[in-house]
Design a binder for this molecule. Sequence first.
Ligand code: GLV
Ligand code: MN
Ligand code: MN
Length: 416
Amino acid sequence: MIFQELRINPTRLISRVERLGKIGALEGGGVCRLALTPSEKLGRDHLVAEMKALGLDVAIDPIGNIFGARKGRREGPAVMLGSHIDTVATGGLYDGALGVLAGLEVIATLNEGNIETDLPVVVAAFTNEEGARFAPDMLGSLVFVGGLSLAEALDIVSIDGKRLGEELEAIGYAGTDQGPEEVAAYFELHIEQGPVLEDEKVEIGAVLGVQGISWTELTIRGRSAHAGTTPIRLRRDAGLAAARIAAGVGAFVRSMGGDQVGTVGASTLTPNLVNVVAETAVMTVDLRNPDEGLLQVAEAKLTALIEQIAGEEEVTIERRSLARFEPVDFAPALIETIDGTARVLGFSTRRLFSGAGHDAQMLARIAPAAMIFVPSVKGISHNITEYTEPADLANGANVLLQVTLKQALPTNGEEA
Ligand code: GLV
Ligand code: MN
Ligand code: MN
């Protein structure tokens, strides 16, 4: 058989995406499968059933990562295809799900062709990639690569006050298995989640790496008071301090320019009433930059801003790091393989950095890792209108299939 001619089944791939997309579906489109919630459990159950139907050996590790393994001729290190099936609360059908479901589609294609690979091929779905419910993001893959201890991970408390370990038990995914001991190569197919590929009409992105991420939670404490009777000069207004910090983040990020981005994505006031000066404000600041030095500059600017506002508004501000990951470069040989394979398949390609965090950046700590991006319509993601054209989904899955064959076959292409 000529392996280069092998292709995934696009209709079957789209059906996989649509079926998982019904689990946790929101009225009006999109999905909510926040990590370790009942809807995400249903997504996991669906995935495990699909893996079993494809004949994969399913393993659940103690942090709830799901691995479906297809044996190779030998028990060597695995070629792993992964991503995540948790979503943000207003998620789309593709962020994460595509990488896992395209992995299943690769397996289905290998099964159909009766292709025996030399190395095992494993499809992985990592726990809590989004970090929206439990910080940090990429938590399951971080634990898998030994970057965070299991005990520490299980003790993390969610935005709704639940301990991770108990939530994992409650949904029945505190596993006792081990993931693959050794990973020969890790590939993650993902939607770009940004506008570059679509804007330049490029079909496949070969991802160079992931920018650095710095998440901070601020708890601002002032004094609640009557909104009508308390003169401005006598207030210690936590709400005003939070608003000034949010505006200040926007201002320093703009003044830094370049690739620096900054977001205040969450902000809660207490008691959150129309006629009461806020006693406390809890807010998050997400800073990202592909350059570690510049990310540190942004962090220093945030520190200075916090000190300035705390002094001027007479509030106390406590800070807690929710996530801090340095920029990561992917394996040059795998980037080359992805780019070259996509071009052989007739696709236009481009190399680009990822603005979002991904499990691949954790896997890069223990194995050669790389990512394939496909275009996102209007660059929209973390939004229920997130969309990628079916042809682009299929293109990405075909690149995933071919790079998997290159890594997992002994003959790198054609069987003797
Ligand atoms: C997580 O995936 C993020 O990039 O926010
Ligand atoms: Mn993702
Ligand atoms: Mn995401």
